[in-house]
Design a protein around this ligand. Structure first.
Ligand code: MN
Length: 485
């Protein structure tokens, strides 16, 4: 992500003379370079803008450079905002308004009008804020001294989301099945997702994949089996069953890499020509950064790929709310097979068990207990008929309270925010799906920043959620997003 660039543009004007402007440029350079040390992307000072032409040219550079994912704007001095109108109307990348200063404290003993003219962010930022608000542009506002840890954290979070947005535009999902028959929530408007999120979602008959499976050689399988032996404990003597999964993994990876796919979708009911449901294969592919969606769920595959990128391929993967412990207010999440080993707390074991649905051979899968994490997110994306809605819930990942020796799949357990009852109620009121992408590496703020950049309706469920307010908020939100059409 550090290859991605966020340009720092400072606003000013010519009124103050060259000496002040040289200080403004030097301060901006120093501040951007300090801030860069705390960001997941590269933050680079670009220029100090003093005219409409300069702003237009700066914004063109921001738009045209592929590696540039966004822009931070700050006004060191006053900068009359009419000159920002043409440049801002061209801007097609995320905008962060950083309300900061070169000085943290006022120099009470020595302050004079020279200091006032050179350092007037409180004045200049208001002029900039007005024009951005007047133009109805989406902006992130971060407030604080540029060395303040909290402000830097917020800025870093926005940078991560901006990089996620750029990545999102490159996401291609390969679908070996349509949605599961009868299931509503995994449906969605793929054309709308292509337009608004950049996701390309393509279908292939599973037979196309089967041809790739047949081309995998025993030597290829030997090499991947060695990788498995390094990473996982072989807890089965049915080696042929495991080798079959290795064959699927190699075939899927080849199929995807030849065509640029980073998201994979399959369905246990659409496996003609495959002997088992891909379990271990999909798990290992998720550990390498692929997004996965089961039962035809392309939204989760694409969202998973984006979140994997934002999370640096750690602690992130597809999840499914499965069954509750109502007494202790817990949820056990798992799936038929395909839980990502990025969630493993214990060394994953390769096991082979029957799968009671699908009517195929016993599949090999990784079995482990999931990680604990005080703060994680569960994210769902649902199609409301006229738009996509992003639902982000704060959860706490916890250890299993008791061993589950007969559970033949990997799992995660969590507690909902703000508490079990309201957390579940809010999710249901918002229409959240059973499939989610869970991440221990991404915050609610990062996901909501990304949702805002997408221009999407974002519903947040966290420690502040109160059901009565939440219900009304959903009603307002529904009206607002409907009227956008
Ligand atoms: Mn499922």
């Amino acid at each position: 992500m550090k290859e991605k660039i966020v340009y720092w543009i400072t606003g000013s004007q010519t009124l103050y003379g060259d000496e002040v402007l040289s200080h403004v440029a030097a301060h901006s350079e120093e501040m951007a370079s300090y801030v860069n040390g705390f960001m997941p992307v590269t933050v680079k000072y670009l220029t100090t803008c003093k005219s409409s032409e300069e702003i237009v040219s700066a914004m063109r550079k921001v738009n045209e450079e592929d590696d540039c994912v966004g822009v931070i704007v700050w006004c060191h001095t006053f900068s009359p905002a009419k000159m920002w109108i043409k440049g801002l109307s061209l801007l097609r990348k995320p905008l962060c308004h950083f309300a900061t200063q070169y000085n943290e404290k006022l120099p009470y003993e020595t302050i004079d009008m020279d200091f006032m003219n050179e350092n007037q962010a409180a004045h200049g930022d208001r002029e900039l804020g007005y024009i951005i608000a007047r133009m109805r542009l989406d902006q992130k506002v971060v407030v604080g001294y540029y060395k303040d840890a909290e402000a830097l954290k917020e800025l870093a979070s926005w940078c991560k989301a901006a990089a996620g947005l750029a990545f999102s535009k490159t996401v291609k999902v390969c679908r070996f099945s349509d949605n599961m028959r009868g299931v509503a929530v995994t449906e969605g408007d793929k054309v709308e997702a292509h337009i608004s999120l950049g996701w390309e979602v393509d279908y292939y008959p599973v037979g196309d994949l089967v041809e790739y499976v047949h081309k995998v050689t025993e030597k290829d399988v030997d090499a991947l089996m060695e990788e498995y032996a390094q990473k996982y404990t072989m807890a089965t003597d049915r080696i042929d069953v495991v080798r079959e999964q290795a064959r699927y993994e190699i075939a899927i990876e080849r199929f995807c890499s030849e065509r640029g796919y980073i998201g994979i979708v399959d369905h246990f009911g659409s496996l003609h020509g495959l002997g088992q449901l891909p379990g271990l294969a999909i798990q290992d592919l998720q550990s390498k950064g692929y997004g996965f969606g089961a039962e035809g769920d392309w939204k989760i595959a694409a969202l998973g790929a984006v979140m994997q990128y934002m999370a640096g391929q750690k602690g992130t993967g597809m999840m499914e709310d499965y069954t509750y412990d109502l007494k202790d207010g817990l949820c056990l999440g798992a799936h038929m097979l395909e839980v990502s080993p990025q969630f493993a707390q214990t060394k994953p074991e390769i096991q082979v068990h029957p799968l009671s649905i699908g009517g195929k051979g016993d599949p090999a899968r990784l079995v482990f207990e999931g990680i604990s994490a005080p703060e994680a997110v569960a994210v769902s994306m649902v199609d409301m008929g006229d738009r996509l809605r992003l639902i982000v819930q704060k959860i706490e990942l916890v250890r299993y309270p008791h061993k589950m020796p007969k559970l033949p799949v990997a799992g995660l357990m969590w507690k909902y925010q703000p508490n079990f009852k309201d957390g579940v109620a809010a999710w249901l009121l918002a229409g959240g799906a059973h499939h989610t992408v869970v991440s221990s590496e991404i915050s609610v703020r990062e996901m909501s920043d990304l949702g805002d950049m997408w221009g999407m309706e974002v519903v947040i469920i966290d420690e502040h959620t109160r059901i009565d307010e939440f219900k009304r908020q959903l009603m307002w939100s529904d009206r607002i997003f409907k009227s956008r059409l």
